[in-house]
Design a protein. Structure first.
Length: 209
């Protein structure tokens, strides 16, 4: 009998393919959302771009962690959660700044870019669904993507409200809401990673003589 774990290797290869596609799509959308957000003066769209940039980083980290042990994967998840927490707080600060100095957002570019982001996020979320109960690094990637779906829907709604009311307040409200949601998701990732580390340490101690 062969000692190679073919099932594990096949699963790792499948994870890798999904993560590479997710990384490429998110990197592409970061550029689109950033340019559109700057041109449209949209806090919500810039928030979405920031969220997708963090996703691309998480997918890249998850790719590195695929063939590593549980402890390494937990450290990757902690790193991802920490970055997401920092980005969420930075976004909330940016929203406050734009309350006092900002231009009127352009609704149509916001909506177009946000719809494209939503399509990408839904595709990636469906692709990651079979792996969400796998390693903690994949759980973190799935949580990130789930947050992006919510963020993109929020940006689309804010664009509609901006067009309807002629006010920039909906864009600021959605930007703040995304920031708060991102912070919440970051805390969830950090808690999952901490629990995974504690479980790993407990199992190591139990087999030590």
């Amino acid at each position: 009998m062969s000692n190679c774990n073919c099932h594990v290797q096949a699963n790792n290869a499948a994870e890798g393919r999904v993560l590479w596609v997710a990384f490429a799509l998110n990197a592409m959308m970061v550029g689109l959302d950033t340019v559109a957000g700057l041109l449209a003066h949209s806090t919500g769209l810039l928030a979405d771009a920031l969220d997708m940039a963090s996703d691309a980083g998480v997918y890249g980290a998850a790719l590195i962690a695929i063939n590593r042990g549980a402890d390494f994967k937990a450290r990757v998840a902690k790193f991802s959660g920490g970055i997401l927490l920092i980005l969420g707080i930075a976004l909330l600060i940016e929203v406050v700044r734009r309350v006092f100095s900002g231009n009127q957002p352009a609704a149509l570019p916001i909506m177009g870019a946000a719809i494209a982001s939503l399509a990408v996020n839904i595709y990636v979320l469906k692709s990651l669904r079979p792996f969400q109960s796998g390693g903690i690094h994949l759980r973190a990637a799935w949580i990130f993507t789930r947050a992006d779906v919510v963020a993109s829907i929020g940006v689309i709604l804010s664009a509609g409200l901006v067009a309807w009311t002629g006010s920039r307040i909906p864009d600021l409200v959605v930007g703040a809401a995304i920031g708060i949601y991102v912070v919440k998701e970051a805390i969830e990732i950090l808690r999952d990673a901490q629990a995974s580390t504690a479980k790993h340490n407990s199992s190591v101690q139990s087999i030590d003589p």
